[in-house]
Design a protein around this ligand. Sequence first.
Ligand SMILES: Cc1ncc(COP(=O)(O)O)c(C=O)c1O
Length: 378
Amino acid sequence: MGNSEFIPVCEPLLDGNEEKYVVQALRNGWISSSGAFVSEFEERFAAYCGRRFGLTTTSGTTSLHLALLAAGVTSGHEVILPDFTMVSTLFAVLYCGARPVFVDVDEDTWNLNPADIEKKITRRTKVILPAHIFGHPAEMTSILDVAKQHGLAVVEDAAQAHGALYEGQKCGGMGEIGCFSFFANKLITTGEGGMLVTDDEELYDRARYYRNLCFDLNAPRDYQHRDLGYNFRFTNLQAAVGLGQLESIDRYLGMRRATAHRYNEALRDVPGVRVPIEQPGCKSAYWMYAITIAPAVFGMTRDTLMAELKEKGIDSRMLFKPMHSQPVLQARGLADPKPYPVTERLAETGLYLPTSTSLRAEQVAYICEMVGSLGKGR
Ligand SMILES: Cc1ncc(COP(=O)(O)O)c(C=O)c1O
């Protein structure tokens, strides 16, 4: 291994029946949103998550938007979400006109800190929206308990957590609604796309209604629209890819977990590097293998490490910036000036390393060797 091969952070793997199913869809002409593959993919993925209903959407972002619409979130409401997440979680709240209320994350799991949730609940709170970040399950027992005590719905952002388990239950399968993304860097992909899963037929129907321009679900089409709807429909071509991917999901999960274990073994003892922690009772999907750097101990900052790795043909990405201080919120008077120390530290010191499902053991060894050789302990 050397500099000649650039290792990207993530490449999709499409090594099953994806092409065969896409060709079938192309040949039979069902290429738009009415097609047998769409409902088959919805049913099978929902069943994989242990849920009754699945509803495909155009992206993880729109699945979150639909979930909050279905849960009745509107202006005047508040939604509790982690400060450390992808901006889509926040945007879904803003699309509904609701106020985002942030909670800092746990040091070890990087997920919504349950101890802080209760303090943030007001009479306007409607939904708790945990994200299973980097594929590690959020602490769902406490989150569901608090939600129950206060009569709130829980919408799980499981966009990074396909197949992850919390006490034996699938992420996305525990709250009222679970939301997934099928973007190309996710464990399974449909190019772009998303899905929400639920056991609640009413929520499913409401999401279905909003997804298709608020056409009445149970009456003949009269082209009268009582609510503001969206076209978030998924295509049969995407579902063809998704069905092929779904056949491989557990194999892919095993491959990503094997990669994470290899990284852990090689990086655990590098001074100044903190490797991800998998909590007891949890099985992480390791969406991306993310670490933090203590610059004084490691010998260089996160940004310098990323630049050095790039020189050696290794791609990496910094972690998300805190949500509470995003410029989009400043402009709307919704920014929260309070400190969120854990998220702020992750944003400053964290990065993720290449984690393609197909990443080979010798590539992981090369990356770890380079990280180790750049640190002070070399
Ligand atoms: C936590 C989280 N939520 C939501 C999304 C949105 O998914 P999409 O990119 O499919 O809109 C992502 C995408 O990476 C994500 O990481």
